[in-house]
Design a protein around this ligand. Structure first.
Ligand code: PLP
Length: 404
């Protein structure tokens, strides 16, 4: 009787689906679960830089009213200046929108764009909010392959072969969740070239732009798109500044703005309709981008994130039947289960079995719009002790699980 909308028929967000619900039910019964499922730094002992929290608290008395629906000017200026230092010179404050995390801005910008039948190219595997948001907006997600054989680089032939007259844009997640790949300048240039030739928008999700390992070069897409390819860049404070709970993100739009007038008005209309993003969190943006705090120490090999990534990489590859590329960025490893060894046909069931037997929570690969039941994602935020313990338990579990 109280049914949900049919718009939700193809909308999936399984990272927070039945496996997590089962874990919560087990916790309620008193079990301790080792959680390697969500990229949320704070519960793993990562604290936000003190200056950001301090500044936000200080701003509370003056943050009581609604702001401009795009966001407070000081925050948008901070975003423009920040990107200036990263080589994006054609951005101005009217084209910056502050949001309740990148999540809100992803759904908002797709809602403003898609008509039924419009197709958006989304990577497989992806961060599933993208596929879900395209579907929710009435568009059709078309998946292009990121290829494990090339350490998860986008397969550009596959990408281009999926373009039709209905294609409107390409989503590029770099550094990538769930694979941890960071794309080379050359690859990004080729994607821009494809977008230019076919008149497509690029949606560049760069929320992990500051979390890279081994001195890999991180190139912001909008440094390559220039004035002739419309580029929507998304980033925020959830990961690099460890304040996912504050909900602070931004969208920066560059390129042929006069040709995108109608689309920009659509984005502004939807921004107006939700009044504005949480204003105290908007103040954190200037404090973060204008301040001296940095994540650089954490990502060094001897830093916490670097050491955890190394341990996860070695540990996973030491398990018989498991292999994983070392991530160059982000907070995850997307590990492969050997299909010649295991008889796994339902990877959600695999994650549930692992949870029930060993009290470890991972996300199954098909939750990331990966087409085969042969991967899982592990979050590298837990301490080396917890990661080590989890990987040992995983090895023990797999040594007796559904062998062929
Ligand atoms: N984009 C990617 C690739 C993510 O991994 C996440 C969160 O995990 C988000 C966007 C959403 O981030 P936010 O906390 O800013 O909404």
């Amino acid at each position: 009787m109280y049914r949900q909308s049919s718009k939700l028929a193809n909308v999936l967000y399984d990272i927070r689906g039945p496996v997590l619900e089962e874990a919560e039910a087990m916790e309620a019964k008193g079990h301790t679960i080792l959680k390697l499922n969500i990229g949320n730094p704070a519960p793993f002992g990562f604290e936000a830089p003190e200056a950001i929290v301090h500044d936000m608290v200080k701003q509370l008395p003056v943050a009581q009213g609604y702001s401009d629906s795009r966001g407070i000017l000081s925050g948008r200026r901070a975003v423009v200046q920040y990107y200036e230092t990263r080589g994006i010179h054609n951005l101005d404050t009217p084209e910056v929108f502050l949001g309740n995390g990148v999540s809100e801005l992803i759904t908002l910008s797709l809602q403003a764009l898609c008509n039924p039948g419009d197709e958006i190219l989304v990577p497989s595997p992806d961060y599933p909010l993208w596929t879900a948001s395209v579907a929710l907006s009435g568009g059709t997600p078309k998946h292009y392959l990121c290829d494990e054989a090339t350490a998860w680089q986008p397969d550009l032939e596959d990408l281009e072969s999926k373009i039709t007259e209905n294609t409107r844009g390409i989503v590029v997640i770099n550094p990538n969740n769930p694979t941890g790949a960071v794309y080379s300048r050359e690859t990004l240039k080729k994607i821009v070239d494809i977008a230019r030739r076919h008149g497509l928008i690029i949606f560049a999700d760069e929320i992990y732009e500051k979390i890279t390992y081994d001195d890999v070069e991180m190139v912001n897409m909008a440094t390559l798109t220039g004035d002739d390819v419309l580029c929507l860049t998304y980033s925020g404070l959830s990961k690099a500044y460890r304040i996912a709970g504050y909900r602070a993100g931004w969208l920066a739009i560059t390129g042929p703005l006069s040709e995108a007038k109608s689309y920009l008005e659509g984005i502004k209309l939807l921004a107006n309709m939700r009044m504005c993003a949480n204003v105290p969190a908007q103040h954190a943006i200037q404090a973060a981008l204008g301040g001296k705090q940095s994540i650089d120490d954490l990502v060094l090999p001897q830093g916490r994130l670097g050491a955890q990534m190394n341990l996860a990489h070695e540990g996973l590859n030491s398990i018989d039947g498991v292999s994983a590329h070392r991530a160059s960025g982000a907070l995850y490893m997307f590990a492969k289960l050997d299909v010649d060894k295991f008889d796994i046909v339902d990877d959600e069931q695999f994650a549930l079995d692992l949870l029930r037997e060993q009290k470890i929570l991972v996300s199954h690969g098909t939750a990331f719009n990966w087409s085969r039941p042969d991967h899982f994602r592990l979050v590298t935020l837990p301490s080396v002790e917890v990661l080590d313990e989890s990987i040992n338990r995983l090895g023990e579990f797999l040594s007796g699980y559904k062998q062929k």
